[in-house]
Design a protein around this ligand. Structure first.
Ligand SMILES: Nc1ncnc2c1ncn2[C@@H]1O[C@H](COP(=O)(O)OP(=O)(O)O)[C@@H](O)[C@H]1O
Ligand SMILES: [Mg+2]
Length: 351
């Protein structure tokens, strides 16, 4: 996937050097698609290693599934029918919406692969009230209300040997290139991190049902957390980051919101600036030369108690965040939208 990005950049460099611009959009698209795929794969790997910071929010599941149906239809083809049956009302679950969509899509793709000669997929939801007496099948879930999302197929089913290993990362019965063996381990990682569980019932030659249980958030009060229309912020942000693409992105997203941004070349310069001037937010890479982002945040708090901090962590550095669980963080690679939402959360603006 990186070859796709690097190759396209290389070609574009040569074309620009020789003054040819007509073909650039094609290579820009190719590079973007490759980069998106690499980003999605990284997310999946992180989820299953249980380190992915999930952006959990109260979400309404029915519109999400309804939107997903179109995508599922496209990936399963004509020979397979899809029937959605949603009976959970308007309750919401606390989960990362994109990960939830990914999980259901993964299940649908598995169902498709199990039905090469066609068949049916049923996507069904309902509310389940787990109490002491009916928790036998789900012993590690706490009592309470869960939303059950069940995806059934009429496919090949699985042998008991396969069934025992399906959640293992990289376990696949598919040929190289067709299966990564990460689908179900990702679904499992997502369910567990969201406080839920996943179970599979499968019969060879009859079909498979995967059940995903997610805890229901009850009650009002969550609306307050939805991003509202805000007045432009005009906050002051101090950025300490050596990755120029991150600087560029933060600069753009901050400018869109009317925030001022000062880029400090290195941690000591940042502390010097903090000593002299007031800032509303410090954004720092987790791994900085000489001092970790977590240490920098602590030093900054010594100078400016109550200063908001956002740590930027590359995949390899996410472990360092464990040292400071209270600090807000965002994982690279992030999208413009994710960054924007995070800034809006940290800098709510004058109100
Ligand atoms: N709906 C299903 N029907 C039959 N077998 C399944 C189904 N879902 C998963 N499997 C089995 O579990 C294995 C692991 O699935 P998964 O983790 O999604 O990886 P992959 O799809 O890349 O092989 C599959 O290779 C397949 O053998
Ligand atoms: Mg799969």
């Amino acid at each position: 996937m990186l070859t796709g990005v690097i190759g396209a950049l290389d070609i574009m460099k040569r074309q620009v050097a020789s003054g040819r611009f007509d073909d650039l959009p094609r290579f820009i698209d190719a590079a973007s698609i490759s980069a998106d795929r690499a980003s999605a794969l990284t997310q999946r790997l992180l989820t299953l290693s249980h380190r992915q910071p999930l952006a959990a929010q109260p979400i309404e599941v029915e519109p999400l599934l309804a939107a997903l149906e179109a995508l599922i239809r496209r990936s399963i083809g004509d020979g397979i029918s899809l029937h959605g049956d949603y009976q959970h009302g308007t309750v919401r679950v606390l989960a990362d919406a994109r990960q939830l969509q990914n999980a259901v899509l993964n299940l649908a793709v598995n169902a498709r692969d199990a039905m090469p000669g066609g068949g049916q997929i049923r996507l069904h939801t309902c509310l389940v009230d787990l109490q002491q007496e009916n928790r036998a099948a789900l012993p590690d879930l706490q009592a309470g209300q869960y939303l059950l999302i069940a995806l059934s197929d009429t496919g090949s089913g699985m042998s008991s040997e396969t069934l025992e290993r399906v959640f293992d990362p990289f376990f696949t019965t598919k040929s190289v290139g067709r299966g990564s063996g990460l689908g179900l381990s990702m679904v499992h990682g997502f369910a567990r991190q969201s406080g839920g569980q996943v179970t599979i019932h499968s019969e060879p030659a009859v079909g498979t049902t995967v059940r995903l249980y997610l805890p229901v958030v009850d009650g009002p009060g969550c609306e307050a957390r939805q991003p509202a229309d805000q007045a432009p912020g005009q906050a002051r942000i101090l950025l300490v980051e050596s990755d120029s693409s991150v600087c560029l992105l933060v600069g753009e997203v901050a400018a869109e919101r009317g925030h001022g941004l000062i880029n400090a070349a290195e941690p000591l310069a940042a502390l010097e600036l903090l000593r002299r001037e007031a800032f509303d937010l410090l954004i720092a890479d987790v791994s900085l030369p000489g001092i970790s982002g977590v240490q920098l945040a602590q030093a900054a708090h010594g100078l400016r108690p109550g200063l908001s901090v956002l740590l930027v962590a590359a995949a390899a550095d996410i472990g360092q965040l464990a040292a400071a669980p209270a600090l807000k963080s965002i994982a690279k690679p992030f999208s413009r939208r994710e960054l924007g939402e995070t800034l809006d959360e940290l800098l709510p603006g004058p109100s």
